[in-house]
Design a protein around this ligand. Sequence first.
Ligand code: UD1
Ligand code: CA
Length: 457
Amino acid sequence: MAVDIIILAAGQGTRMGSALPKVLHLLAGRPLLGHVLTTARTLPDAKLIVVTGAGGETVRKRLANAHIHWVEQTEQLGTGHAVLQALPAVSTDSVVLILYGDVPLIAAATLKALVAQVNAKTMALLTVELSDPTGYGRIVRDAGNAVVGIVEQKDATLEQLAITEVNTGVLALGSDCLRRCLPAIGNDNNQREYYLTDIIALARQQGYSVETLQPMAAEEVQGVNTRAQLAALERFYQHRLAAQLMDAGVSLADPDRFDCRGQLSAGRDVQIDVNCVFEGQVTLGDNVRIGPNAVIRDADIGNGVVIKAHCVIEGPVRIEDGAEVGPFARLRQGTHLGEGAKVGNFVETKQAHVGPGSKINHLSYVGDAELGAGVNIGAGTITCNYDGVNKHKTVIGDGAFIGSNTSLVAPVVVGGGATVGAGSTITHDVSEGSLAVARGKQRTVDNWSRPRRKDGE
Ligand code: UD1
Ligand code: CA
């Protein structure tokens, strides 16, 4: 059956103390609402309806997608009022599922189980038991344990406040039931809000029954209202990822200091030291070792690669088996390191193909360059790839040796096996097997006395 998923995201998020709409704050590098959308999309035959309010324009732009039906709630008059704005977009004969843009970790399995409970006579409600239920709507049951309604904290009697089963807000019901009951919701309560939760009692009066279900983990239904709550959920998320990686054969020096803000897949016997950050799509082969404080984005890293401390990789980057990087190296987009290549400290590479076994061990910039196999780049070598307007290429053949502190003024080709003397500024191609030295000749003056001041001091 078709599922219409209404995601409420109109709240101000005042307690975030932010100019950014709350649902655009990032969890694991992705907007809160983005997590909900991704999970919602896993339900077959789902239509996504998102209700926005304050900052709606910004939200739409950030998460622009042709398959989202956006609805505006200009005034935030309550969750019931928010769903009412979405009602015209709801199909007939569908199951309607209500989610929240600031409850990012709801699991697909929970949603599927909830939707499966719904039929012509039954709605389904996700609840949790909390030792401290303060602030939540309480689930009110009758003597036969059937749910009869939800009462909000601010409207509850002392007896009701003692109830520890609370409303998560997530519910599923038939579109007919929604159409019949929603317009009947009023705002005669302590907050003068249209409470979606009143739909439970109304549906009961119409003869519907209410099934309840609990999520696998309490964090699934945790909302984000403050930055502290966001940080706590982020850590929960990272811990869960860390546990999955360790189960799959990855060693993490400290799962409390592991951050993946994208997709990380890893082979066996990978070792990851503390404070590493993975972004975008990162693939690690078997036996990869990553030192502390690495930041790695969009990289495909082969077997046995060693990334030493403090490296920054800003892909797309490909590193072949057995290569070594760092410490303190920065590999930028379009870097391809061949098998067994070495890039050492304070080296920056960009659009650079470095052939197998080649070495750039210290203090260099290699950009828009193609290096063959077994090339040795001396310390302080710079490819001068930019003339202020255009970028030009440097090509270095197999086995060439570039002396320290060389400037290679591109476009330039250094042939295979050629040698460039240290301190050279190379502006012309160097032919295969030759030696090029392009620097001022040394002059030595014997017994040189340094100039003295005129006043003799
Ligand atoms: C709501 C539930 C409460 C439940 C709690 C779980 C109601 C009346 N109460 O309370 O039973 O225990 O969630 O967290 O539903 N929103 C809109 N438009 C509005 C009002 C709210 O889009 O006019 C959105 C908010 O952005 C937020 C969500 O709905 O994401 C919940 O609203 P909020 O006011 O925080 O509800 P609670 O008072 O926490
Ligand atoms: Ca409220």
